[in-house]
Ligand binder design. Structure first.
Ligand SMILES: [Ca+2]
Ligand SMILES: [Ca+2]
Ligand SMILES: [Ca+2]
Length: 383
């Protein structure tokens, strides 16, 4: 190939790639640092780091320019939010930020009242924080930073702290260090109840659990064992069934916050909707000519539906090809039973007067919120 031909070939390749749909970026675990070993107030400004989830190793992306104690990604927008860090009871004003994950650059959303030590989003995009002032769960307005404290806190002195929603939207707290326990928190009332005792921390002197974050599937709980900024700091996972801590490795010293960015809805939900077709196959052709076919179904999760009813009409004494008799759509916002009506249009209802018997097909597609699709077809008999 001549040079010019190679250039042309490469240009064509570049065009082809540019025209191709963008590949889904792999999820990345980000982290940032907070209080340091000297308890400097305010703590030193942090960089944004990419954290290797297997080893804990950190790679700097860029400067945030603030110390950070909490990170969380809004699952409805993919935007990374951060809460700035302060030394406890130093009354340093704190702020809520959004962070550009390409550069680390922050944008101030607003001031954060109290001492919010970690952030967590629920599946619907509501932002929560753990406030060590009052030892309570706080609801945070993600547009302004306004904090509304819960009325029913843990009622005990908590420190550091991690907060994370599981895939089942259960709120877990890590509120009293690596020799404390897990907490289950009612996101409505803020009430925190003690769960399993934690075991197996790599730190033997009592350290903070500075953050909490579930993986994209919502099943593996990550945390950080942070000895008040004194190295080494460890990235760990915690078995939520028995409280066992498993060390992934030494991470960025004084790491105070972690969050995944780039999780897709399909990471959390990879199952197709389960649809049960409850109406019997034998139906009356007179119903089809009248108010239409009433078809009863059950679905196990919210989903959007399209329905098509096909039938083979008679033509000159023979059975014709399958043709569309009626269509319908439905959106279900909860699981359970429902009925869809498939009514042929006026012309088709008139045409059906000639029919005593119509073999048919009932077809549907059901698509859940994550885009998983189920298709079902049921042979029908109208007579
Ligand atoms: Ca923290
Ligand atoms: Ca968190
Ligand atoms: Ca599903």
């Amino acid at each position: 190939m001549t040079d010019r031909r190679i250039v042309l070939a490469l240009s064509a390749l570049a065009l082809a790639l540019a025209g191709a749909p963008a590949a889904q970026a792999a999820p990345v675990l980000y982290g940032a640092t907070g209080i340091d070993a000297n308890d400097t107030s305010p703590p030193p400004a942090s960089n944004l780091f990419k954290i290797d989830p297997l080893t804990g190793a950190g790679t700097s992306v860029g400067q945030i320019g603030f110390p950070i104690t909490g990170l969380a990604t809004d699952p409805t927008t993919g935007i990374l939010y951060a809460a700035t860090a302060g030394v406890e009871r130093a009354t340093t004003p704190r702020v809520l930020l959004t962070i550009d994950t390409a550069t680390g650059r922050p944008t101030v959303v607003g001031t954060l009242a109290g001492e919010i030590e970690d952030l967590a989003f629920d599946a619907a995009g509501n932002l929560f924080g753990w406030n060590t002032v009052g030892d309570t769960l706080a609801k945070i307005n993600k547009a302004t930073g306004a904090v509304t404290n819960g009325t029913s806190g843990a009622g005990r002195v908590t420190f550091g702290g991690g907060l994370a929603f599981s895939g089942a939207n259960a709120l877990f707290g890590l509120l009293n260090g690596d020799d404390g326990n897990m907490w289950l928190i009612n996101a409505q009332s803020g009430f925190a109840s003690k769960d399993r005792q934690l075991n197996g921390t790599p730190n033997k002197t009592g350290a903070l659990l500075s953050s909490a974050e579930f993986d994209c599937k919502g099943s593996t709980l990550y945390s950080v064992v942070n000895d008040y900024g004194v190295p080494p700091t460890y990235l760990v996972t915690i078995n939520t069934l028995n409280g066992d801590i498993v060390t992934r490795g030494v991470t960025v010293s004084a790491l105070d916050s972690i969050a995944w960015v780039g999780c897709s809805a399909k990471d959390r939900d990879s199952t197709r909707p389960l649809v049960s077709l409850l109406t019997p196959a034998r139906q009356k052709v007179s119903d089809l000519r009248g108010s239409g076919l009433q078809f009863k179904l059950r679905v196990n999760e919210p989903a959007k539906f399209t329905f098509t009813l096909l039938g083979r009409l008679s033509s000159k004494g023979k059975r014709g090809k399958a043709r569309e008799l009626a269509t319908a759509t439905a959106t279900r916002t909860a699981d359970g039973e429902f009925t869809v009506t498939l009514r042929p249009n006026a012309a088709m209802r008139t045409r059906l007067r000639k029919e005593k018997k119509v073999p048919g097909l009932f077809r549907l597609t059901a698509t859940d919120a994550a885009g998983n699709v189920t298709t079902r077809t049921k042979p029908m008999e109208f007579r």
